[in-house]
Design a protein around this ligand. Sequence first.
Ligand code: AQP
Length: 334
Amino acid sequence: MTKPRLYSGMQPSADSLQLGNYVGALKPWKALQEEHDAFFSVVDLHALTVPQDPATLREKIRRTAAQYIAAGISPEKSTLYVQSHVPAHTELAWILNTITGFGEAGRMTQFKDKSSRQGADATSVGLFAYPVLMAADILLYQTEVVPVGDDQRQHVELTRDLAERFNSRFGKTFTIPKALIGGDDARIYDLQNPTSKMSKSAESMAGVIWVLDEPAVSAKKIMRAVTDDEGVVAYDREKKPGVSNLLSIYSSLSGRAIPEIVAEYEGQGYGSLKKNLAELVVAEFGPVRERAHELMADPAELDRLLSRNADRANEAAQTTLAAAYDAVGLLRRG
Ligand code: AQP
């Protein structure tokens, strides 16, 4: 029996991925690749929707790919490639742009958030069209399952709407994908600002745990995480966002349920919870960091591996792109 097709990606927008990317994406991807025909992309074209430094972007793309592999994404079991190596992404995005309403794209909350933070002058058409490129990413592979964080739910809904619209106007061309959204526990918040999600582009790095951080640096950040004055280890997102976030991280890395962890730390202050969590993070990321550095030490081999995977992705993508071009009535090259 063929495995269901799965697609997901991450932006190479920093030197290292952060703990939220690891818990919310990489860890579930690793498990999902066993039961799916998975495509995992380093979505470099998406990263260009906000300013990037050309001198460092190339390196960030390699580093992101290396971290995928180091965290357990297998380039043999899965197709692990760089988005810009498969031109069909932007070609299909153009077709989808022509069936996307201006108002519809303008309602995307991520666009509204990012554009209001940046101001109108710094906001590009690329940022506006980001969700349409994401729809193309997904639809190109006849994807059934899209594992993403809750913040991406609206974009997958738009993808479904565009696929249904295209199929009803031009005939069945695309599979209608479904989002696979992690639970609330899978969302990780900034350690210094525990009501904002942990993010690669956070204003301050003090509350962000990087996968490639030195162990002592990660441990220090955890020991300094914002909590509250109560001194009671309990899970309550509203009243105790800092402690609840530490518990979520603990639970997702240890695989243990939150109530069990709460019971273990009953009657103890936050110190021992933080100390043990720091040890967990260091133990989890140590081997990932080591493997990522090994891979990054041989960029030529990493590039070859990405190129082989891009060939596989190109093959699958070309079939869908040709079908979409035919459906809208473009002339095939003779
Ligand atoms: N804090 C988080 N908790 C859980 N999951 C998270 N993800 C990101 N942050 C958290 C998940 O990581 C995947 C890749 O995200 P992305 O790189 O495409 O962009 P993002 O979601 O915007 O992540 P960042 O780190 O905040 O990047 P920047 O700063 O570049 O925008 C997604 O599946 C996401 O849900």
